[in-house]
Every structure is written in C-alpha cells, then in structure tokens.
Write a protein that binds this ligand. Structure first.
Ligand code: NDP
Ligand code: OXD
Length: 284
C-alpha cells in the first residue's frame, strides 16, 4: 500500500484510520477512538467481541484467505484417520504387528458439521466427496448440495441424533459457548467422535472425558482449547482416545491475508462495500 503509513502500535501512538489486529488489549481500542476499520487477522472474532469497540468502526474478519482448503484437508484427514482406524494400524505397526481390521461401513459414519459458514460449508462439501452421509447445522436455513441441512435450536436434537462424527465450526458466541456438553454429546449416535476445530470454550472438557470413559464416545480430535497453549497438566495431553494438535487446523497465511486486508482498506477508502464485515450484535 504505497502512500500508507504503517506502524506497529505502542501506547500513545498517533491516531490511525485502520487497525490490523489479533486479540488486542482494550487500551489499544480506547486510544484509537477514530478507527474506521478494525481488521482481524483470523476468521474468529471472539477476541474482539469481548472489547468495547468504537461504534463507527467496521469489524472485518478474514474471509477464507486460504483457510477453507486447509480446514477441509484437516477435517477430512481426522474423519478418515478415525474411520479407517489408521491410528490403530500405526500403533500395531509400531509394535511389529501385521494384522487387518474388519472394514467399517461408511453409511454408519454420518458426519455432522456445526456451522455452515465460510469454513463449515467447505468442510461439509469436502467430506461429502468421500461419500460419507453429511449433515450440517446453522443458525439460519442453508442449502448445500450433498448435505442434509438443519437450522436453529428447534432442529438441533434431530441433527445430533443422526450424527456420529461431530465437527465444530461455529463461532464462539454466548449461544455456542459450552455447546458440546454432556446433554448434547450424549445425543450423538453410539461410538461418536468429536472434532473441534473452532474454539475450546465450546467444549466442556470434563463432559467429553466422562463420555469417552463411559464408552459412549469413541474418541476426539481437538485442535483448540480453553487455555492455549494447553497446560502441561491437562488430561487431554495423555488421554488415549484424544488426539490433540496445537491450533493449527487452518493457519492465517501471511501473503493472502495481507493482500485481502490491503484490498479491503483500499475499497473502503473508495467508499465501496466489502465482504467479511462482522455483525457485532450477532457476534460473528
Ligand atoms: P462464519 O461466520 O462464516 O460461519 C459461522 C457459521 O456458524 C454460520 O453457518 C452460522 O449460521 C453458524 N452459527 C453461528 N451461530 C450459530 C448458532 N447459535 N446456532 C447454529 N449455527 C450458528 O465462520 P467461519 O466458517 O469462517 O469460521 C468458523 C469458526 O472457525 C471461527 O469463528 C473460528 O472460531 C474458527 N476458526 C478456527 C481456526 C483454527 O485454526 N482452529 C481457524 C479459523 C477459524 P448462519 O449461516 O445462519 O449465519
Ligand atoms: C482464526 C483462528 O479464527 O486462527 O482464524 O483461529
């Protein structure tokens, strides 16, 4: 952006027109009351929604920016690793064991994706390519080819009751905090599997462990946690049915992100509308 003055923020810095942020402190926002745009360098804006923001500022999230394909490959890998029991084969091969497991039926592994937005829809379409039955749940009704869609609280239990592999791609809001709790997870089909790639605060950790230990759930692949990095003493590190990764399912890609934000700032300065503006009332 030739002509723009770009500075790293420090307390007392001069007023900016636009900010590029990830989980900034309230002090930053308070010292920049005239911001026109606050550009989040990620898709999830929960870190910003906790703050008191200037009324006039548009809050803008990264709109795909190369994250959707990463999320699709990560979730497909997790689903297939579990379905094909590749974790079991890995362990057996590690012990010098050559054996075969009985193939499982794809029709018995319906995958349910919570959140059919920029990332969730891409994930649901990608999983459907492997011929798993795919279900999706969103706040407002959606139509996605190859995906049986459900919407709103009224259809949530029906969505869960037909789901075996549950994928969370919801934004963290007051409505979705703790949504993967004992009540909801116990509604999944027996042998359920949980893939959380959204936010740690959507999963009740102790409820997951209790359902894994009781045998109702078969396992979980978790990429996000209530506290990150995951504290050393947390049971998720060592639970035999839990696979963890360090919040890496869809990384913010520097070049794509810079290009997207620069393009949007220029569009705003020309008075044009942009995509990815967050509805602050809704929280995502
Ligand atoms: P979007 O805002 O594009 O989509 C959100 C989806 O969730 C929409 O379909 C929306 O419904 C649905 N939704 C929101 N609230 C509810 C609710 N109360 N009940 C039912 N459905 C609801 O988000 P993205 O797809 O871009 O991203 C999703 C989340 O993924 C981010 O918020 C972030 O937390 C997480 N993320 C994690 C990453 C990682 O590396 N682990 C990387 C990037 C993002 P509707 O369609 O009706 O609006
Ligand atoms: C995001 C993230 O929200 O990286 O983009 O989690």
């Amino acid at each position: 952006m030739p002509g723009a003055v770009v500075e790293a923020w420090r307390p007392g810095a001069p007023q900016a027109d636009h900010a590029v942020v990830w989980a900034p402190p309230q002090q930053f926002i308070d010292e920049q009351p005239a911001l026109k745009g606050i550009f989040n360098i990620g898709a999830g804006v929960d870190g910003l929604m906790k703050l008191k923001l200037p009324r006039q500022a548009l809050v803008v999230r990264i709109d795909d920016g190369g994250m959707a394909v990463q999320m699709a490959e990560f979730v497909c890998h997790a689903v297939i690793r579990h379905f094909r029991e590749l974790d079991v084969y890995e362990a057996e091969i590690g012990q010098g064991q050559w054996s075969h497991r009985k193939p499982q039926r794809r029709s018995e592994f319906p995958v349910g994706v919570m959140g059919l937005g920029v990332l969730g829809e891409r994930v649901a379409r990608a999983v459907a390519q492997f011929e798993f039955p795919v279900r999706g749940w969103s706040r407002s009704p959606r139509q996605v080819p190859g995906v049986q869609c459900f919407a709103g609280p009224a259809q949530f239990d029906e969505f869960l009751a037909g789901t075996r592999v549950l994928v969370c791609l919801l934004p963290l809001t007051a409505e979705t905090r703790d949504i993967m709790n004992a009540r909801n997870l116990s509604r999944l089909l027996p042998g359920g599997y949980v893939i959380n790639v959204a936010r740690g605060a959507q999963l009740v950790d102790d409820d997951l462990i209790a359902l894994l230990d009781s045998g109702h759930l078969a396992g979980a692949a978790l990429d996000v946690f209530r506290t990150e990095p995951l504290p050393a003493e947390h049971p998720f590190w060592r639970h035999p049915k839990i696979t963890i990764t360090p919040h890496t399912s869809a990384r913010t890609l520097r070049d794509e992100t810079i290009a997207q934000i620069a393009g949007k700032i220029q569009a705003l300065e020309r008075g044009e509308p942009i995509a990815g503006v967050v509805d602050v009332e809704r929280g995502y």
